[in-house]
Design a binder for this molecule. Sequence first.
Ligand SMILES: Cc1cc2nc3c(=O)[nH]c(=O)nc-3n(C[C@H](O)[C@H](O)[C@H](O)COP(=O)(O)OP(=O)(O)OC[C@H]3O[C@@H](n4cnc5c(N)ncnc54)[C@H](O)[C@@H]3O)c2cc1C
Ligand SMILES: *[C@@H]1O[C@H](CO)[C@@H](O)[C@H](O)[C@H]1NC(C)=O
Ligand SMILES: *[C@@H]1O[C@H](CO)[C@@H](O)[C@H](O)[C@H]1NC(C)=O
Ligand SMILES: *[C@@H]1O[C@H](CO)[C@@H](O)[C@H](O)[C@H]1NC(C)=O
Ligand SMILES: *[C@@H]1O[C@H](CO)[C@@H](O)[C@H](O)[C@H]1NC(C)=O
Ligand SMILES: *[C@@H]1O[C@H](CO)[C@@H](O)[C@H](O)[C@H]1NC(C)=O
Ligand SMILES: *[C@@H]1O[C@H](CO)[C@@H](O)[C@H](O)[C@H]1NC(C)=O
Ligand SMILES: *[C@@H]1O[C@H](CO)[C@@H](O)[C@H](O)[C@H]1NC(C)=O
Ligand SMILES: *[C@@H]1O[C@H](CO)[C@@H](O)[C@H](O)[C@H]1NC(C)=O
Length: 584
Amino acid sequence: MHRATYLVLLLSFVPGILSVKEPQNSSCRCLAFDHDCWPSSRVWNSFNTSVEGRLIRVLPPAAPCHDPFFDEQGCKEVQESWELEFWRTSHPGALYASNFESLGDQHRCSLASNRSSTCFQGAVPVYAVSVLDPLQVISAVKFASRYNLRLVVRTSGHDPTGRSTAPGSFAIWLHHLKSITFHESFVPEGYCPDKNSPPLGKIPAVTIGAGVQWEELYAATHERNSVITGGACSSVGAAGGFPQGGGHSLLSPMFGLAADNILQYEIVTAGGELLVANDWQNQELFWALRGGGGGTFGVVVSATYRTHPALESLAFALYNFTATTVNASNPMGKLVKKFVQISPELSDAGWSGNFFLSSRSLVLVYLLPNKNVSFANETLTPLTTYAEHQPGMVLETSLLAFSSFQEWHLAVQCGGQPSCITFTRRSQLRFPGASSLIPRKVFTDCPTKISRALMKITNTPFSITGVSNLGGDVARPRNNAVNPALRSALWHIILATNTNDNTTQAEYEKFARQITHANKLLPGSGAYMNEADFNEPNWQQSFFGENYPRLLDIKDKYDPTGLFVCHQCVGSEKWSNDLNCKLK
Ligand SMILES: Cc1cc2nc3c(=O)[nH]c(=O)nc-3n(C[C@H](O)[C@H](O)[C@H](O)COP(=O)(O)OP(=O)(O)OC[C@H]3O[C@@H](n4cnc5c(N)ncnc54)[C@H](O)[C@@H]3O)c2cc1C
Ligand SMILES: *[C@@H]1O[C@H](CO)[C@@H](O)[C@H](O)[C@H]1NC(C)=O
Ligand SMILES: *[C@@H]1O[C@H](CO)[C@@H](O)[C@H](O)[C@H]1NC(C)=O
Ligand SMILES: *[C@@H]1O[C@H](CO)[C@@H](O)[C@H](O)[C@H]1NC(C)=O
Ligand SMILES: *[C@@H]1O[C@H](CO)[C@@H](O)[C@H](O)[C@H]1NC(C)=O
Ligand SMILES: *[C@@H]1O[C@H](CO)[C@@H](O)[C@H](O)[C@H]1NC(C)=O
Ligand SMILES: *[C@@H]1O[C@H](CO)[C@@H](O)[C@H](O)[C@H]1NC(C)=O
Ligand SMILES: *[C@@H]1O[C@H](CO)[C@@H](O)[C@H](O)[C@H]1NC(C)=O
Ligand SMILES: *[C@@H]1O[C@H](CO)[C@@H](O)[C@H](O)[C@H]1NC(C)=O
């Protein structure tokens, strides 16, 4: 009886999938339970043996709250953990942008609905291999290729455009590859200097398994008296989509993007080969894996990052500018213009951080490494003085010194807890979202273009988050595939929607249309692929710029059949919208 319901449930989402696919078409992927091509349970079992029992049948995260999977304790745990980021990243079916777990309003597994309402598989992968070593990755890649499965590569599931899931798919899940190995002096594999090569020098570094998250790496590097170019959100994976798409860090103005700090990758290609890519071998693949995007060139199983000496100190500013009126004197608009005007100087002084803007408030959460509080205070004086003399403006400031990045991270980002793992909840930063990279040149030539557009957007339903982690060392050119627009930008503006589990598909689509429109108001040049609009117009240019043709060549060379496909990833224009059928 139990078994029968289980089967009904599995099959209940098949029509939704078949309707988006032409079954007999060999140029289309084989999706779950398509009886013409889907591997039999005997085949799955023998595959499971070949990956040492690491195959899992993935259920949507709310499954324990529904029959036939109902489990009182399990359901309670799900309810309590639902918003916790680290719980989401340790579940093979959960995503940060949870709307991508569903297929429309119907095919979903809702936490809010009752026990007897059906839990649909939605867009959650059906099977996953929770890999523990590169050999299992090789087996999984070969299996997916042999059976023409829709393959998904996932680490943390943080991608905001659903790249790490697909309906009816088979996933390689890297979360449990957790090794961390430090090197006092790293020598890239295959390093072979000739008489003209400059000396390698002593390069402190760390090699991590693909499942390591920033929280773990922050703690480990701190213990080694080092820092690393990690993300603001410490539940993001350190070796997956983050560095492959660029990776901006609060320390980027000092040390460059995450991609700029990668010294070596180990990667399993579409052909099932384990390659080492660095400056000495497989150089073009190495070039592409630093900016060309995750989920595109293969499955990265490890990454080696350059580490940097610990900070001596840092200054932290939490400034809150509030307008008491939004009348025609427009105090907030004027303040934002001033903020735009001094931002090149703030960048030159070494500041990084985020800001949050609404019609009545501008909150700066800014960081200044290796500088004291009085210097920090001085550099912000033009803005505070301006605000103090502005009628209708109230200012609260807090300027603190920290002795290390980790001390700051735990105090500020983890709310004073000993780790972010049980603390971090999903923020209001939800999707659909959009990204605009604002070139430094616009700040100096036409600051009102930026401030006026921002103020216009404060009248839309979208939140505005500014990322000021660019400039400084990010602007230094490197030989990798990082979007050239990231090099010339000073700000990355993220627009986002305050959606939740009850947002309907129709509402999502409405917001999605509006957000693309709102984003066009900004004088951006390019967008950051990892935090971008699902409907980014002309994404090849926005995300990759002049690197696109070369990236496409490398994609075709390393993955000629397109085993790895993802939304707005290099080469994806050769596939149908659902990425299941190759276009002629
Ligand atoms: C709350 C939040 C905060 C963020 N903060 C920052 C930030 O501070 N700086 C920043 O730059 N970005 C930030 N991001 C964006 C982040 O870089 C992207 O979400 C990124 O895609 C996450 O990579 P992942 O591998 O952890 O996630 P996943 O969703 O698992 O994967 C993302 C993409 O990479 C592919 N992929 C994953 N692992 C591998 C692998 N091992 N080999 C090959 N391909 C792989 C997937 O197929 C997918 O296409 C943030 C996102 C969120 C939701
Ligand atoms: C794979 O094998 C392991 C070990 O035998 C088992 O626990 C697991 O349930 C199997 N996976 C599937 C999907 O059958
Ligand atoms: C559960 O929800 C379904 C669908 O909304 C509804 O038809 C049913 O009556 C509900 N059952 C209970 C016991 O509340
Ligand atoms: C900023 O100040 C306003 C008004 O006092 C307050 O409502 C808001 O919570 C403050 N924000 C932060 C992040 O401190
Ligand atoms: C706007 O409001 C401020 C503060 O209340 C006031 O001083 C100013 O005169 C007003 N300006 C206009 C144009 O209404
Ligand atoms: C703070 O830093 C500035 C510039 O880096 C330096 O000139 C000044 O002496 C420092 N002040 C203190 C109190 O250390
Ligand atoms: C910053 O400088 C102002 C004067 O310009 C002073 O009033 C204030 O106390 C200083 N703040 C800190 C934290 O040093
Ligand atoms: C969604 O709706 C359900 C039922 O109406 C409610 O219990 C829940 O709190 C809502 N969730 C959110 C995030 O608003
Ligand atoms: C699938 O095959 C049919 C003919 O059998 C063809 O007309 C159609 O274009 C194919 N679809 C795709 C997406 O390749």
